[in-house]
Design a protein around this ligand. Sequence first.
Ligand SMILES: *[C@@H]1O[C@H](CO)[C@@H](O)[C@H](O)[C@H]1NC(C)=O
Ligand SMILES: *[C@@H]1O[C@H](CO)[C@@H](O)[C@H](O)[C@H]1NC(C)=O
Ligand SMILES: *[C@@H]1O[C@H](CO)[C@@H](O)[C@H](O)[C@H]1NC(C)=O
Ligand SMILES: *[C@@H]1O[C@H](CO)[C@@H](O)[C@H](O)[C@H]1NC(C)=O
Length: 637
Amino acid sequence: MLPVLIFLAVFCDVRAALFYDSYYGVPIGMDEVKRHSKSNTTFWCVNEFEPCDPNEGRRVDGTCNNLRYPNRGASHTPFTRILPPAFDKDYEPKKAASGNDLPLPRVLRTNLVSVGKVPSQRLTQLAIHAFVFLSSDVVSLHDTINYILWRPYCCAPRGKNDTYCVPNKIPNDDPVHRFSGHRCLNMTRPETFQSIGCIPKGSTPERIVSSTPGIDLSSVYGNFLKNLQEKGRLYQGGLLKYEEDSGRIWPPSTKTQANVCFLNQRPAETRCHDMPEDGGNTLGGINLMAVWLWRNHNFIATQLAKVNPCWDDERLFNTARDINIALYLQFNYYELIPAFLGYENLIKDGVITPTGEFRDVYNEKVLPQVSLEFPFALRWLHTVQEGSLKMYDLEGHYLKQFPIVNLTLRTGYFDVDNNIDYITQGSFRQGSAKIDYIADPDITEQGLGPHQSVSDLMTNDMAKNRYFGFQPYVKYREACFGKPIRSFYDLEGIVDSERIEILRDLYEKVEDVDLLAGIWVERPIYGGYVPPTFYCLTIDQLRRNMISDRHWYERPNRPNAFNALQLGEIRKYTIARLLCDIGDKVTKIQPHAFLKAGFNNKMVSCENIPAINYEAWRDLNCGLPTYFNQYGKDIAE
Ligand SMILES: *[C@@H]1O[C@H](CO)[C@@H](O)[C@H](O)[C@H]1NC(C)=O
Ligand SMILES: *[C@@H]1O[C@H](CO)[C@@H](O)[C@H](O)[C@H]1NC(C)=O
Ligand SMILES: *[C@@H]1O[C@H](CO)[C@@H](O)[C@H](O)[C@H]1NC(C)=O
Ligand SMILES: *[C@@H]1O[C@H](CO)[C@@H](O)[C@H](O)[C@H]1NC(C)=O
């Protein structure tokens, strides 16, 4: 009997795993897998996963979302592009139409974007935290880590010998650095399937990132099942691992000092999260959102366990995760994005529905991918980021401020002096920077805080524009809005005349204008607050994400779909509710917390912010609750 069992075990094991080429999206044989493991490229170039089960819910690693192309949706798979790439020879950045060099990225930045601090009277810091978190869900930060840690010499002489170093020149007459002596900003080329060694060099560079392309809370649940199992799950009550410290709930912390929180000021600051991905330790805003959504998982699992005492850990965990992702999509699509792009615009363009009904928009022909343009366009938000994080007490009295760039890789700061309480209050009380043509000085000179002597995030954005090989602004403008732009005069009405003049000074021809330069100077869209081309590139992805996701929460017929009652509960959700449920000491807040409190958005007690009724998830298989009170509620609660 024994040999048969062993045979079966081996047989099942061999059948269990599928191996796919991460770039080409096709199954590969064991010899190919071995070749990759020999050259240590398995992690990036091979997706290994269990065969798909059409009735299974959303996988952490994103595989099997599309049943025909099962590794699409996984990490390390290619981006799509809205317009085909345009490079110079050898896939170097494009030159001007005349063959001359394009203006330096730093020169474009200093001329097109002014520097100063103008607070928004409309949007809160919370809106920016949420947007930064959203972009971290679909990309990873390794291109930044690359020039900070892996190639720390790009501005040094040695950088000249490394083709991956592409630092940005600061000209002698720079308005800031003519005084400082700095002439160089570190930067590396984006990592690609070619640079990693998945496909041969000499073809169009294809960007590679570690996040799954779906908007699926990668920063909380990670991108790999193994990481979630080892670092995330408690295997009890459907919960994620957590630590309780002075009444606060945190994700588990790393036990070693050698961790990613390099800037923790020891000995006071020690906290550093040990989550399935390191995203939750990177930028201040991402860190906050990751803590909140981590806690939210446990909040949901606890509510589900109350109504369904017979559910086991697995069922509680999977349902809580599915709800957490749905709530997150709900506040992103219906609250955050409309605050920028305009609610009516989004209805008109089919991104959201005003009816509250189910939406079955799935199309298996559209692969679960992110356009390369989407996370890139989100970089425009650097102009809306405010450099100082203001802190308020629970009554809304201003206490102090701290530069948010100094909180990069410094999780410990949140956990001392009640800072997280005050930062949480500040997130919905402080305005973001205003949407204008002005960026915060910390973003343009200090972007990565103490990790670099100087860094201008927006200069790097402009340089990346070219390394990603985006076609000129006028091509995107035409693809989005139809009307061709043949001369600077055609920009009248689209861009203010004084900014058209600046463009004419900087560029030889209108067809040379970089995509991002155009986005920086466009007038906002009708009915919204963002540049029209930003709008166009953003809604393209928001739609693709919804149409290509078989597990989209508004679908009535996905595996384990919500019923109408449950979807109705999900639809009540707001970011204000999230903070009332799990924010540190939040007892009152304005109903639309991405917008500043005011006449139409008065702060109210959390009791008046609509909450989810988890009764909608009651499973009668657990038996009826023992005692009902007159409202049908379990009085044991
Ligand atoms: C193999 O690749 C992994 C992931 O990229 C990396 O962490 C590791 O250091 C590499 N090992 C060697 C021996 O190069
Ligand atoms: C370049 O990166 C290194 C390593 O992170 C850093 O020490 C240096 O200050 C950076 N250079 C500039 C000009 O910011
Ligand atoms: C760059 O490479 C050349 C040739 O290999 C070598 O002679 C030189 O010392 C290198 N420079 C630096 C700064 O590493
Ligand atoms: C923030 O970091 C900069 C270095 O980038 C440093 O000069 C400054 O003192 C820091 N600010 C605070 C409040 O720690």
